[in-house]
Design a binder for this molecule. Structure first.
Ligand code: ATP
Length: 279
């Protein structure tokens, strides 16, 4: 990761001044996808971290954002979270343009990442309350109890997050990520520090969340077996461009690879011009 993203940043960003002229005019369209990214570019001098990235995440859909180190995944996530200004392009969350209605768009979003731990000096309950207040969650005490129960955190409610095991921290981070009933959830390697059994439980919970609540999920992982098991669709980023897109079960076969891992390795190693993009 090139940028260490603070877990509070997107919530704080959501609460900063919105450039909306009239909040009542901002209504999420019922048919809008959870996320629409259109021709996103981010230049650092002569380097194009993002070079015209476009994709969608539908409601209830889990999309894997894959790519080798330096491909542009973190940059994409940071732009969607409003932490990084793109050079050009457009991001809509639940049909709301983040450039024009920043607070309205970001209050529909949340994220969890293994590198963005919750403040360690606050207990699990205090953290959930803190983020719930930042997001202005209605019925917050009840929401906190629901999440403590759902992520098996009831017995840890009074424990400081800095003292939790990696698995417990991941569960607490996911509980925090759901505090505001997000329409779009960004998960950056959510199971990276978990044992196989704990990882499977978390994967099931997240899949259930997409199915049950219709939350759109953008999932970043370097674990191709996990991606195959969880994602409805994958995007391969390379050198800031979307190189391949499709169903993780069918994509390898369409490109003459045994599995997603073999396809990933080929995409990562071959020069951009030599990668086959059509079956
Ligand atoms: P990883 O899997 O290693 O985390 P990534 O796909 O998340 O990689 P990014 O962190 O998005 O990749 O980086 C994309 C490119 O942009 C890299 O070449 C990186 O060096 C470059 N980059 C990112 N942030 C900056 C910055 N602030 N200044 C200059 N270059 C940057």
């Amino acid at each position: 990761m090139t940028a260490l993203t603070s877990p509070t940043s997107s919530a704080l960003a959501a609460r900063t001044a919105d450039s909306s002229a009239h909040p009542a005019a901002i209504v999420a369209r019922a048919d809008a996808p959870a996320l629409r990214v259109a021709t996103l570019r981010k230049h650092y001098g002569s380097l194009s971290a993002l070079d015209g990235v476009s994709f969608r995440v539908g409601r209830g859909e889990i999309v894997g954002l894959l790519g080798p180190n330096g491909a542009g995944k973190t940059t994409t996530i940071n732009v969607i979270l409003g932490l990084l200004e793109p050079t050009s392009g457009r991001v809509e969350i639940d049909g709301i343009d983040i450039a024009h209605h920043r607070a309205r768009a970001l209050e529909r979003t949340n994220f969890a990442a293994v590198y963005a731990s919750l403040p360690g000096n606050l207990t699990v309950s205090q953290n959930l309350r803190f983020f719930g207040l930042l997001y202005d969650v209605r019925g917050l005490p009840r929401r906190i109890e629901e999440l403590l129960g759902e992520f098996d955190l009831v017995h840890l409610r009074g424990t400081k997050c800095g003292l939790l095991s990696s698995g417990e921290q991941t569960r607490a981070a996911l509980a925090k990520a759901l505090i505001n009933h997000p329409k779009l959830l960004l998960l950056d390697e959510p199971t990276a520090s978990l044992d196989p059994s704990a990882a499977q439980i978390i994967r099931e919970k997240i899949k259930n969340l997409a199915t049950r609540d219709g939350c759109g999920i953008l999932w970043t992982s370097h674990n191709m077996h996990e991606v195959e098991a969880v994602c409805d669709r994958v995007l391969f980023l390379s050198h800031g461009k979307v190189l391949l897109e499709g169903n993780p079960a069918r994509l390898p076969q369409e490109h003459g690879a045994a599995d997603l891992e073999e396809l990933f390795i080929r995409v990562a190693r071959e020069p951009l011009v030599h990668v086959s993009v059509a079956p």
